[in-house]
Design a protein around this ligand. Structure first.
Ligand code: NDP
Ligand SMILES: O=C(O)C1=N[C@H](C(=O)O)C[C@H](O)C1
Length: 268
C-alpha cells in the first residue's frame, strides 16, 4: 500500500515516516512540506535518520505519485484544506489528523467525503477512542447533577486550544447528557464570574514542556467526583492508529469516518 505523508518533517510526520519505513506492507510514496520550507529537496529518510529512501520533500501533492492509495495529513487547517481538494480531485482516500478546524472547514471535509473516503479524528490512539464511549456512557449514567469539566495539557509548541481531543470529549459528554456542546461550553474562567452555571461544560487548557497529550474528564457533584484520564506517552500511539485507519480506509466507499468506525466500536 502506497502512502503519501504531508507535513512530513513535523512531529507527527517524522513519526509516521519512521513507522511506514519499518512496516513490511506499507510504502512511502511521497512526502510534502510547506511551500517556503528550506528543507524542500532533502530526502525525508535522511531527515528522519533512516538513511536515503529516495523520497525528496516536495511542496505540492501534484509532485507525488498519482497512483498513491492514501494521503495522511497532520499539518495545519489551511494546508489540510489544500490536501483535501487534491484528494477529492484525484479520488484518493484521506486520513486527517490535523486539529483546530473552523465549522466552515469541517463542512468542506464533510462535503468532500461524499466523493472520497475520509477518516477524520482528533486523536488516533486506541485509548482515547475507547474513552470517548466511556465518557458518553458515564455522562448519561450520572445525569445532570454532576458538573462536567475537561482538563487537557500539551507541549509548549501546540497552537490550537482547547485540543481537538478535548472538544471531542466534550461533544461525547454533551451527547450523553442530551446537550449541544457548543451551546454550553465555557472556555476558561477569570475574575468575579459568579457561581458555576448548571449544564455548562468547562474546559481548562495547560501548555508546557514536552507533554505529548493528557486529557481528563471530571464529573463532580456534592460529596464525590469521578475522573476519566488518558495520557499519551509518545506519538507512536497516534501514528500507529493513523496507519491502521489508512489500511482500513482503502476498502471503504466514499464517506466520513472516525476512529470509532475504524475500530468497529460504533454499533457494538
Ligand atoms: N489526530 C491525532 O491523533 C493527532 C493530531 N495532531 C495534530 O496534528 C497537527 C500537527 O501536529 P504536529 O505534528 O505536532 O505539528 P508540527 O508543527 O510539528 O507539524 C506540522 C508540519 O506541517 C508542515 N506544514 C505546514 N504547512 C504545510 C503545507 N502547506 N504543506 C505541507 N506541510 C505543511 C509544518 O511545516 P512548518 O513547521 O515548517 O510550518 C510542519 O512540518 C496538529 O493540528 C495537531 O493538533 C497531533 C498529534 C496527534
Ligand atoms: O498537537 C498535539 O500534539 C496533539 N493534538 C491532538 C489534539 O489536539 O487533540 C491530539 C493529541 O492530544 C496531540
Amino acid at each position: 500500500m502506497n502512502i503519501i505523508i504531508t507535513g512530513a518533517p513535523g512531529r507527527m510526520g517524522r513519526t509516521l515516516v519512521t513507522l511506514v519505513h519499518e512496516h513490511s506492507r506499507l510504502t512511502l510514496a511521497g512526502a510534502t512540506d510547506r511551500p517556503d520550507s528550506s528543507l524542500l529537496g532533502t530526502d525525508i529518510g535522511a531527515l528522519c535518520g533512516l538513511g536515503e529512501l529516495n523520497v525528496p520533500l516536495v511542496d505540492d501533492l501534484e509532485q507525488c505519485d498519482p497512483a498513491a492509495d492514501v494521503v495522511i495529513d497532520f499539518t495545519t487547517p489551511a494546508a489540510s484544506m489544500d490536501h483535501l481538494e487534491y484528494c477529492r480531485q484525484q479520488g484518493i482516500g484521506l486520513v486527517i489528523g490535523t486539529t483546530g478546524f473552523s465549522p466552515e472547514e469541517k463542512d468542506l471535509i464533510a462535503q468532500a467525503a461524499r466523493e472520497i473516503p475520509i477518516v477524520f479524528a482528533p486523536n488516533y490512539s486506541v485509548g482515547v477512542t475507547v474513552l470517548l464511549s466511556l465518557v458518553k456512557q458515564t455522562a448519561a449514567l450520572l445525569g445532570d447533577d454532576y458538573d462536567v469539566e475537561i482538563v487537557e495539557m500539551h507541549h509548549r509548541h501546540k497552537v490550537d486550544a482547547p485540543s481537538g481531543t478535548a472538544l471531542r470529549l466534550g461533544e461525547a459528554a454533551a451527547e450523553g447528557l442530551g446537550r449541544n456542546l457548543y451551546d454550553v461550553a465555557v472556555y476558561g474562567r477569570e475574575g468575579a464570574e459568579g457561581p458555576r452555571e448548571q449544564q455548562t461544560i468547562g474546559f481548562a487548557t495547560l501548555r508546557g514542556g514536552d507533554v505529548v497529550g493528557d486529557h481528563t474528564v471530571v464529573y463532580a457533584t456534592e460529596g464525590e467526583r469521578i475522573e476519566l484520564t488518558h495520557k499519551a506517552s509518545n506519538r507512536n500511539t497516534f501514528a500507529k492508529g493513523a496507519l491502521r485507519a489508512a489500511q482500513w480506509l482503502v476498502d471503504q466507499p466514499a464517506g466520513l469516518y472516525d476512529m470509532q468506525d475504524v475500530l468497529g466500536l460504533k454499533n457494538g
